[in-house]
Design a protein around this ligand. Structure first.
Ligand code: NAD
Length: 525
């Protein structure tokens, strides 16, 4: 195996234009193919061995509750045995995988990227059906997965090369190199079921670690489809072990196991904090302090100043608030607007929102589909009621039905006051809170006043104001005069401050370092 791929020629995977008849047809064919593959049974995979268990859980289509996407061998009942077996397999595999050269490890990622690129719409179609992504959102997720594989492969080649050190004053040869950590627990969310899951898994793998991957119970089929890619590229057995089950049974055991060297988690603040705490405890037989990489939630705001281009601001707000039903960690869930332009802006925002089409994601003209599950539906509709009870006024949407799927209209609640529940807590659904600010300073103050610090945008025509936001708006990903969603790998390294995570940046130049440790070797000449 050899590679010629370098960071210099890394380019983001282009998105598909579904208005081109040929692309539309290809996606329709992919959806038909995937529909023909629904309802199959999937095993646990440990050391390359596919193990069918007696009990299964179902993954269902959130936009059509009667449709079963897949049935998964449920590791919960025998969680301890299965997690132990998977961690043993990963521990054994680590002994050889850690000695595979960075270039060869990277090559596996490049081959996985090639396969996904070749069957792009097939993977996107699984996301349309399993998590309710529209065509464009699913296509973006697939493109991002390809980007992570291409980017982290190249990054590993860079970190595997000579590292700069100061010349020694002694007669010796010095080398500084990065080595892997060991066995990692990989615990992804369901909302970027291909990109984030594959990025988290393969960043750990490319750096020489071995893993146990517990997919989200809401998106296990897409993760299994990725496992099939890893089998196809001949990734050695035991490097990625796949154990589907609940967070509370399988996930907690993965985190607490003494042979787990690190945890890579993306999900909610509540679970992330629990994992952080559990991983800090040392257990018998444990020889290290576990590392935790945790990417958590957000309460992201778009600030619109009185001098903003209001048409552009309205478009950015609606796209960022309602894309994928507001179920992105980067989604705009707060619009903070200078009261002088509030009415004019809201007319535009409500107008655009009313044009959105809520329905089945199987069709290309759908703008948004169902939220992921009953729990999420109940929580979000509860938040809408709470927003009203706290004095907010629903100015768009507000209705919801869970008869066939978990559909919530894109909902805007105006006149929300700072510090109220729906202004502070992550809702993770198509619910936008609008808050009036007295002026620009006040708007920034409100924007910063949550526990989170993930993404944010400012719309203003004033360079001075934008510079102030650059300095004072405390978010990991700040966008000026554009929407706060849609980060591109390599271009916008992604990750937040404060309760949004451990300050790591996925798709950035420092990301892989979290899964490696530096070793300095001095040899006397
Ligand atoms: P979640 O926290 O409910 O679950 C995430 C994963 O953790 C799942 O695999 C789940 O099974 C597992 N889990 C649950 N309880 C566990 C426990 N006690 N121990 C170990 N594992 C456990 O989150 P979710 O609903 O899947 O995803 C949505 C959340 O993820 C939102 O809060 C969103 O903001 C966040 N998110 C953040 C980023 C980011 O980059 N910061 C990206 C995507 C999603």
């Amino acid at each position: 195996m050899q590679t010629q791929r370098t960071l210099d020629e890394f380019k983001n995977e282009p998105f598909t234009d579904f208005s081109v008849a040929e692309n539309k047809k290809a996606m329709e064919e992919a959806l038909a193919k995937v529909t023909g593959e629904l309802g199959q049974k999937y095993p646990v995979v440990i050391n390359g061995e596919k193990i069918e268990l007696d009990t299964h859980f179902q993954s269902i289509n959130p936009s059509d509750k009667t449709q079963i996407i897949g049935e998964f061998s449920d590791a919960d009942r025998d969680a301890e045995t299965l997690v132990n077996r998977a961690i043993d397999a990963a521990t054994n595999a680590f002994q050889s995988w850690r000695n595979v050269s960075p270039e060869v490890r990277a090559e596996y990622l490049f081959r996985a990227a090639d396969i996904i690129r070749e069957r792009k719409h097939y993977f996107s179609a699984w996301m349309v059906l399993e998590v309710g992504k529209t065509w464009a959102e699913a296509d973006g997720d697939t493109a991002e997965a390809i980007d992570f594989l291409e980017f982290y492969g190249r990054e590993m080649i860079r970190w595997g090369g000579d590292q700069p050190i100061t010349p020694s004053p002694y007669s010796e040869e010095n080398k500084f190199e990065y080595i892997p950590l060991g066995v990692g627990a990989i615990i992804p969310p369901w909302n970027f079921p291909l990109a984030i899951m594959a990025g988290m898994t393969m960043s750990a793998v490319v750096t020489g670690n071995t893993t146990i991957l517990k997919p989200s119970p809401d998106a296990p089929t897409i993760a299994y489809k990725f496992m099939e890619v890893l089998e196809e590229i001949g990734l050695p057995d035991g490097v990625v072990n796949f154990v589907a089950g609940s967070g509370t049974a399988v996930g907690e055991l993965m985190v607490s196991h003494p042979k787990t060297r690190f945890v890579s988690f993306t999900g909610s603040k509540a679970v992330g904090l629990k994992i952080y705490e559990e991983a800090a405890k040392t257990r018998e037989g444990q020889n290290w302090m576990k590392r935790v990489v945790a990417e958590m939630g957000g309460k992201d705001a778009i600030v619109v100043a009185d001098d903003a281009n209001l048409d552009e601001a309205a478009q950015g707000v609606v796209a960022a608030a309602f894309g994928f039903q507001g179920q992105k960690c980067s989604a705009c869930s707060r619009l903070i607007v200078d009261e002088k332009v509030h009415d004019e802006l809201m007319e535009k925002v409500v107008g655009l929102t009313e044009k959105l089409k809520l329905g089945s994601p199987n069709y290309p003209d759908t703008s948004l589909a169902a939220v992921i599950n009953q729990n999420s539906f109940d929580k979000a509709t509860g938040y809408i009621q709470q927003g009203i009870a706290e004095g907010g006024e629903v100015v768009a949407g507000g209705k919801a039905t869970d008869d066939d799927g978990f559909f919530i209209e894109p909902t805007i609640i105006d006149n929300v006051k700072p510090k109220t529940t729906i202004e502070q807590e992550e809702i993770f659904a198509p619910v936008l809170a609008v808050i009036k600010a007295d002026n620009y300073d006040h708007a920034l103050e409100i924007a910063n006043d949550t526990q989170y610090g993930l993404t944010g945008s400012v719309y203003s025509e004033s360079d001075e104001r934008l510079e102030r936001a650059r300095r004072d708006f405390h978010v990991g990903n700040l966008y000026l005069n554009r929407k706060c969603t849609g980060a591109l790998v390599g271009v916008h390294p992604f990750g937040g401050f404060n309760m949004s995570g451990t300050d790591s940046k996925a798709g950035g130049r420092e990301y892989l370092l979290q899964f490696m440790q530096g070793k300095s070797v001095a040899k006397k000449k």
